[in-house]
Ligand binder design. Structure first.
Ligand SMILES: C[S@@+](CC[C@H](N)C(=O)[O-])C[C@H]1O[C@@H](n2cnc3c(N)ncnc32)[C@H](O)[C@@H]1O
Length: 137
């Protein structure tokens, strides 16, 4: 885990080099995505309200977020990806480095398997920090 701008950043890794050596790394796409969703569930936890799916792609993680009680809403640059995602969750075309949302407007966000797709990922994290509501103790 690392932190940027007060956010906790948890890299989701579904197979490590040690697992590869031990022969316990995911052996299929289905197993890989199951492990991603297990990790997502552990990191996100149950909750209510909107969970912004940043760089949502085809919306492959909408179902596990919804199963935790969240209402996933996707944002992605690609209209082609969003044509598929629109069958899974409400979506909006947008740049994750300039999210089309007001400050402190959503209670949760996730960004799965996209950190290597955005050249300035720190800008994405700053935007996520901006739009998240501050938890009240
Ligand atoms: C590898 S895909 C991952 C999609 C999805 N999160 C998943 O795990 O299936 C990366 C996604 O990031 C999107 N993307 C890349 N740069 C972006 C940006 N600046 N703003 C929004 N989406 C972006 C791409 O269009 C693509 O759908």
């Amino acid at each position: 885990m690392s932190g940027i701008g007060g956010l906790s950043v948890h890299p989701i890794t579904a197979g490590t080099s040690a697992e590869l050596r031990a022969g316990t790394s995911p052996s299929s796409a289905g197993e890989f995505i199951d492990r991603v969703h297990t990790t997502l569930g552990q990191l996100l936890g149950p909750g209510e309200g909107i969970c912004l799916d940043v760089c949502c792609g085809t919306g492959a993680h909408a179902a596990p977020a919804a199963a935790l009680g969240w209402t996933p809403v996707g944002v992605d640059l690609s209209r082609g990806q969003l044509r598929h995602a629109g069958h899974q969750l409400p979506v909006v075309v947008g740049d994750a480095t300039a999210l089309p949302l007001a400050d402190a407007s959503v209670p949760a966000a996730m960004c799965v398997l996209a950190s290597t797709d955005v050249p300035d990922y720190a800008a994405v994290l700053r935007e996520v920090a901006r739009v998240l509501t501050v938890p009240k103790d």
